[in-house]
Design a protein. Structure first.
Ligand SMILES: [Zn+2]
Length: 316
């Protein structure tokens, strides 16, 4: 097997990986390109399988329209200390035309609108329709399709923790290139394949998220994918929300067997054993000591954090 876009040979990175969050059956192999270090999961999913994966295994979050609040700007010392500028929306300026792909319940759209932006969103979860209707956002329920928009239309396009889920990232990037204005910017956040987490936590790294994550990028592979789509990787930085490290400890503390659900990720409090409850309480206490904040800030300072923000520019 060869790397899809750089043609170099792939090596097995990990064998026998499985869904250690929601218990989707099957075991999977993670491959790594010898040249660009791109990590890709060998999972030949059909659209029907993807439908089953997300409808029957991936948990649905409850949304209440009454409690809906737009996101706020992450600013100040505590926002820095917690790593809150890890999301793409924080990097979008005021008064621009923006599309957020995978906009969840539209909290980012509310944030951008309050800053004078013209906001568009696309989201597979149909709850977005109610939010869009109430607040007047331009939203589409479903998957991103560049043909839904005019070419050369947006100043910014954002994708927060989405690109690693798509079957073919090049199709998404080409679509983004098409709808961005010349000089426009795409901001993508995604787990970092070259961060400190993989060598330290190995197969138990929380961001493998098998088999939902199909692609884990390196800077080198993102640069290649972007170039193939006609975009230029202008900048990349790692900023990691410190909660992620807390989740990493919890993930490992109650690690499930293949085919079983994680009592941490599924929030099934009643199913937790006494010893699981105790260890999770201890970890919650540890998190209050802010050591997770210090560790994440340290690795981000070396640009080796677990979350990376990519800025891709469409040339003028
Ligand atoms: Zn490659």
């Amino acid at each position: 097997m060869n790397c899809k876009y750089c043609g170099n040979p792939l090596d097995v990175f990990y064998k026998d990986m499985f869904d250690n969050r929601y218990g989707y059956p099957g075991s999977y192999t993670m491959w790594q390109c010898r040249n660009c270090d791109h990590l890709s999961l060998a999972a030949d999913f059909t659209p029907a399988m993807i439908g089953d994966l997300y409808s029957n295994y991936y948990p649905r979050t409850h949304m209440s329209l009454e409690e809906w609040q737009p996101y706020k700007k992450a600013a100040g010392f505590m926002a820095w200390f917690k790593g809150l500028r890890s999301t793409a929306y924080n990097w979008v300026p005021e008064n621009v035309r923006i599309l957020d792909i995978g906009c969840g319940f539209g909290e980012t759209l509310g944030y951008h609108q309050s800053r004078g932006c013209e906001v568009y969103g696309v989201e597979a979860d149909e709850n977005i329709k109610r939010v869009g209707d109430k607040f007047g956002f331009n939203v589409k329920v479903g998957l991103f399709d560049a043909d839904d928009y005019q070419p050369n239309y947006f100043d910014y396009v954002t994708m927060d923790q989405v690109i690693e889920h798509v079957i073919d990232p090049l199709v998404s990037l080409k679509g983004i290139e098409k709808i961005l204005k010349p000089g426009g910017t795409a901001i993508l956040t995604t787990p970092n394949g070259k961060g400190w987490g993989i060598p330290v936590f190995g197969k138990k790294w929380a961001h493998w998220h098998i088999p939902y994550h199909l692609h884990i990028f390196s800077r080198k592979s993102m640069k290649k994918y972007a170039a193939e789509a006609g975009l230029v990787l202008e900048k990349s930085i790692t900023i990691t929300n410190s909660e992620w490290l807390h989740y990493q400890w919890l993930h490992m503390a109650v690690y499930p067997k293949q085919g079983e659900k994680s009592v941490f990720w599924t929030q099934s409090f009643a199913e937790r054993t006494t010893s699981q409850r105790i260890i999770m309480k201890i970890l919650a206490g540890f998190h209050r000591l802010k050591i997770n904040y210090l560790i994440t800030r340290l690795f981000d300072a070396f640009n080796a954090g677990d979350n990376i923000i990519y800025f891709l520019k469409k040339p003028l």
